[in-house]
Design a protein around this ligand. Structure first.
Ligand code: CMX
Length: 428
């Protein structure tokens, strides 16, 4: 089977022709309209963006290249297989996987200046700030930026973009593990082991004791499940917009990850575990369902959201939550933190339905992941969004490469003023 580079070289010209033909033949057909509520409401539901790496259907959740993650057993694949799938629509065979793994292990060297910058940052910096600073610091390495400055044909943009992407995918677990060890004073940075796959290597570099090998399994699952969630979520859309100005992958990914650091997006996993630990502390162990219900109402009545529940697109239990829950049932069913997560799943949807505000009362991916990390003694929950970032970088980078290959133009939707809306309404 073809390597990732060969496969893309073969697919991209066909993809360009296909889209050119679609736009020529059907370019004026309407696929969406916008209401005033949507214009004021975060453009929810407006179809104004194309993303081919994955789709999120309200009733099924994440589908990567036509494969629903649970039914297609993507949860049993390696994260690097998912990266190949996101980019090409196909899972790699053994030869293609080996070639991609070699491409990645050849690119894990993190420049020394990155460690100097990270060590110079304030000791109480948020791990996400450290990760994003490290990515931006490496911007000077961008092959795309160098080739663009030297004069690069539009049709060739995707190739240096792919090179930058491979470097970022290879280095981000190394940097992320380094952030963990520096920020939480865990001792020396552990260098990558070139023999290990992406997930196992990340587990190894974090330095969490893993006699059973289940922590490495969790890292593989974690990196697979968070890799992509179509194009309109805050991180992907931000990365897309920044990249559309032909900013290189370092600028674009770092920008996307700054969006991931928001509590309504990726930071929810940190908030979620905080919420669960608060419960454990208050009730001195696993609370009863009645106590959980009280606590949930207390939180809602004080004007706060219940982290890990609700979603802008999903209207069912997130299959990624289901995958984590199944992992927990297998590995740590008696862990009190995991037990609270399971109990919350019983209680919170009923409370949210009763309150009647959230359009989706079901858990999202962030509701379950933290409990599993906590079980393996990764207890520094401010770090959890960094794990999410290592994974999401693969999706954002896949989208960026495809957009450069297709020559997607600069993003520039039209904004209108409230005055314009008032005048327009009056004329209707
Ligand atoms: N707890 C309490 N209230 C909630 C809620 C929750 N978990 N989810 C939604 N609501 C509320 C909203 O705050 C909103 O209230 P107001 O009308 O007072 O503003 C109302 O229900 C309607 O919101 P919605 O249309 O159902 O949800 P949105 O599309 O606006 O927002 C999301 C989606 C995820 C931001 C929201 O559900 C939320 O804040 N959830 C908790 C945070 C979280 O888990 N985020 C992680 C999402 C996954 C990810 O990106 O990582």
């Amino acid at each position: 089977m073809a390597t990732l580079q060969e496969k893309l070289k073969e697919q991209i010209p066909k993809l360009r022709d296909e889209i050119k033909q679609l736009v020529t033949e059907h370019g004026e057909k309407v696929i969406s309209s916008v209401t005033i509520s949507q214009a004021y409401g975060g453009m929810r539901g407006v179809k104004g963006l194309v993303c081919d790496t994955s789709v999120v259907e309200p009733d099924t959740g994440l589908i990567i290249r036509g494969r629903p993650i649970l039914e297609a057993k993507l949860t049993e694949k390696l994260p690097e297989e998912i990266f190949y799938l996101l980019l090409t629509g196909e899972l790699p065979d053994k030869t293609a996987l080996k070639s991609l793994q070699k491409d990645l292990s050849d690119r894990t060297d993190v420049p020394a200046y990155v460690w100097n910058v990270l060590r110079a940052m304030p000791a109480d910096s948020h791990p996400m700030t450290m990760l994003n600073t490290a990515i931006l610091t490496m911007q000077k390495e961008s092959v795309f930026a160098q080739k663009y400055a030297a004069g690069l044909h539009k049709n060739d943009y995707w190739e240096p973009m792919l090179e930058d992407a491979l470097r970022i995918v290879a280095r981000i677990p190394v940097v992320a593990a380094g952030v963990y060890r520096i920020r939480y004073r865990k001792g020396d940075i552990i260098p990558p082991d070139k023999k290990l796959d992406l997930g196992a290597n990340y587990a190894h570099m974090l330095g969490i004791p893993d006699p059973s090998g289940e922590f490495a399994n969790l890292m593989r699952l974690y990196l697979t499940l968070h890799s992509d969630h179509e194009g309109g979520n805050v991180s992907a859309f931000t990365c897309h917009t920044v990249g559309s100005a032909l900013s290189d992958a370092y600028y674009a990914v770092s920008a996307g990850l700054n969006g991931l650091a928001g509590p309504l997006h990726g930071l929810a996993n940190q908030e979620c575990l905080g919420f669960v630990l608060e419960l454990k502390e208050r009730y001195k162990g696993v609370p009863t369902e009645k106590q959980l219900e009280e606590f949930a109402w207390e939180r809602l009545n004080s004007g706060q959201v219940i982290p890990g529940y609700g979603h802008a697109v999903l209207r069912v239990t997130d299959p990624r939550f289901t995958a984590f829950r199944e992992f927990g049932e297998r590995v740590c069913p008696e862990d009190p933190v995991f037990k609270i997560v399971s109990l919350l799943f019983k209680v919170v949807p009923q409370v949210l339905m009763k309150q009647g505000k959230a359009k989706n009362p079901w858990p999202n991916v962030d509701a379950g992941s933290g409990a599993l990390l906590f079980h393996f003694s990764l207890t520094e929950f401010a770090y959890y969004t960094v794990l999410f970032s290592v994974s999401r970088a693969m999706g954002m980078l896949s989208q960026l490469i495809l957009n450069r290959a297709l020559g997607t133009p600069i993003t520039r939707p039209k904004s209108v003023s409230t005055e314009w809306i008032k005048q327009t309404v009056n004329k209707m």
